[in-house]
Design a protein around this ligand. Structure first.
Ligand code: SF4
Length: 227
């Protein structure tokens, strides 16, 4: 049998094929709006560099101590820091949170971000990413999870698996990968692609020692034999 290197290169998987295979492999819950968009924005900020468990605890303590967003802005930053301490990096995140909320209140005094649902997608992204401390991943989380808009958050799993599958170049920065991957997806497939690639990254395509043997994407994965 000829070696893999001497045969024609197999075609890459198309995103729609990847979704079908990973859905089949892991299953996937249907999309449902998660939270109010501002709640999602704050939760996403708190979730940076920590586990879902820790950020959930920090969020719980924050809303328990400060029932209204105005309350977060009415106290010294040290009180916010104390409330969100379980989420880690509390000194940095508390300052960022107050800066973020101050700007949101300036632009949307009623704290309502529902208008982002009706804006063209690029305008909604621009509105969010022009807030202090909000990058493309955080903006996409708010748009996708809270507002069910087709914006793709590219987290570490989505980035790693997409690069291994050849969907984006290996050295493309994550902030550019958002647009490059979104352009390959039908709007109705964005949520599925995000959830499926996270599952695959966590369960099979690990950062170190991916379980290529038995991976459903192995037949046309360009990284087999390279890793
Ligand atoms: S074959 Fe290996 S590198 Fe390719 S997607 Fe599967 S686990 Fe990841």
């Amino acid at each position: 049998m000829p070696s893999r290197s001497s045969t024609a290169r197999p075609p890459l998987w198309a995103p729609v094929e990847i979704i079908a295979l990973l859905d089949d492999r892991y299953g996937r819950a249907p999309q449902r709006a998660s939270h109010d968009p501002l709640f999602e924005l704050v939760l996403t900020l708190l979730s940076q560099h920590t586990s879902d468990h820790n950020s959930g605890q920090a969020m719980h303590r924050l809303v328990e101590r400060f029932p209204h967003w105005d309350d977060v802005l009415a106290v010294p930053v040290s009180e916010v820091e104390d409330a969100i301490r379980p989420g880690g990096l509390a000194p940095t995140k508390s300052k960022r949170l107050q800066e973020l909320l101050a700007e949101v209140r300036r632009r949307a005094p009623d704290w309502d971000l529902e208008h982002l649902r009706a804006l063209p997608l690029d305008d909604a992204k621009t509105w969010l990413t022009s807030l202090p401390g909000v990058g493309p991943k955080t903006a996409a989380c708010v748009l996708l999870f809270a507002l069910e808009r087709p914006a793709l958050p590219v987290d570490t799993h989505v980035e790693r698996v997409s690069k291994r599958l050849g969907l984006v170049p290996p050295k493309m920065p994550a902030d550019k990968a958002h647009a490059a991957l979104e352009a390959q997806l039908e709007p109705g497939d964005v949520y599925a692609f995000h959830v499926d690639l996270i599952q695959h990254g966590r369960r099979t395509c690990h950062a170190r020692k991916p379980l290529c043997e038995g991976c459903v994407l192995e037949p046309r994965c360009p990284r087999v034999g390279v890793l």
